[in-house]
Design a protein around this ligand. Structure first.
Ligand SMILES: [Zn+2]
Length: 378
């Protein structure tokens, strides 16, 4: 009996001591979290522009001037949701068939969707939420034939999907049977994607009124903040939340080979453009920048998607396959620790991959009237 009571007492003491240790651990971790939260909340609560800048191209003062801009929905070209049910007859989607019930091939598609608008010849100029415009994505400046437009656009979309899905398989953003609850598709500003209730555009083409040295812009946390809330700062469904300035990308110097982006090399062109797209869309879902040095990506040695020339990402790294960072430091915020893959999960969330569906929905082109992979000017 006595021994049993002693045992119980000792076990209670042990429990007490364990729980005190747990409280201490909890207190410590709470303090760490609250420091991080303060930083992230500060970033989240301030409507801001986020940039991808060429290494060494701008002075800190010039960067600061651009960074003082704030997103304004009124500056964006508008693509309001359809007020009547979508008309599937206008959607020539190849193997994927949009149906009037808002599904593709009978499977639900209605998740947060980013529409990549590669500006094709004949499309009118459009404007993002900062008032920056884009005109045609000139693939001939990259060394391709004009008829290679779809080839290049599809390759870039495929690599964005690699960044957000394939390369994250096995991380917290890609557990078995799940992936990030977001889709990327190709489409046109002005044409709402059928069956999708929350969508935003990124315009990809020659900058119109874009600042020199800037490869891309996007509104920080405009779609989701780190807590998963959004849209924020008055941004509306259908807004153009970012721009990719392909004329700045093709002009990147200090590359080996020197003609990497002008010789019609599909891999280099794809990585240079897709890296900037994934980077800018990362900003719209709360991600900050990360130092290239010391960052850890799923593939050892891969450059970080959220690296920037404003810190230490040299141009050569932009023609390599960049990946989101498992860990790293943000040199623009006092070397604050970042875990961008986890942050993507926090901001976007995960969903179950529907067998024979999830991978097929991604990459769907809509309103592809002439069946060439993109909607044409007609
Ligand atoms: Zn950036």
């Amino acid at each position: 009996m006595k021994s049993k009571m002693t045992d119980a007492f000792q076990s209670r003491r042990a429990r007490k001591s364990r729980s005190a240790a747990a409280r201490r651990r909890k207190r410590r971790s709470f303090q760490i979290e609250s420091l991080e939260d303060r930083r992230l909340l500060a970033a989240d609560l301030t409507a801001a522009i986020d940039l991808d800048i060429i290494y060494g191209a701008l002075s800190p003062e010039e960067i600061a001037t651009i960074e003082s801009m704030t997103p304004d929905t009124n500056l964006s070209t508008k693509t309001p949701p359809l007020t009547s049910p979508p008309l599937p007859s206008t959607a020539d989607t190849g193997s994927a068939q949009f149906l009037p019930d808002g599904t593709v091939n009978g499977m639900p598609t209605d998740v947060l969707t980013i529409v990549l608008d590669f500006k094709d010849p004949g499309q009118p100029n459009t404007s993002d939420i900062f008032g920056f415009g884009t005109s045609t994505f000139d693939v001939t400046s990259f060394g391709f034939a004009a008829t290679d437009f779809d080839l290049v656009a599809n390759s870039i979309l495929a690599e964005v999907n690699q960044d957000y899905f394939t390369e994250l398989i096995g991380t917290v953003a890609g557990p078995v049977g799940q992936d990030l609850e977001i889709d990327f598709i190709i489409g046109d500003i002005g044409t709402p994607p059928p069956g999708i209730s929350e969508y935003y555009f990124v315009q990809i083409g020659t900058g119109v009124g874009a600042p020199a040295g800037v490869l891309g812009v996007a509104g920080g946390s405009v779609i989701r903040n780190v807590g998963g809330t959004g849209p924020n700062f008055g941004i509306q469904v259908g807004d153009v939340v970012g721009s990719i300035f392909t004329d700045a990308i093709v002009g990147l110097g200090n590359l080996t080979p020197a003609n990497a982006l002008t010789s019609g090399n599909l891999a280099f062109t794809t990585f240079a453009v897709s890296g900037t797209i994934s980077h800018e869309m990362g900003h719209t879902v709360s991600l900050s920048h990360v130092n290239d040095v010391g960052s850890i990506q799923p593939t050892a040695g891969a450059p970080p998607v959220m690296g920037t020339g404003a810190i230490d990402l040299v141009n050569q790294r932009r023609i390599e396959d960049r990946e989101f960072s498992l860990s790293g430091l943000d040199g623009e915020n006092g070397n604050a620790p970042i875990q961008h893959v986890q942050q993507l999960v926090d901001a976007i969330g995960l969903h179950d991959i529907i067998p024979n569906d999830g991978e097929q929905i991604r990459g769907v082109k809509f309103n592809d009237r002439d069946g060439n992979g993109l909607r044409g000017a007609n």
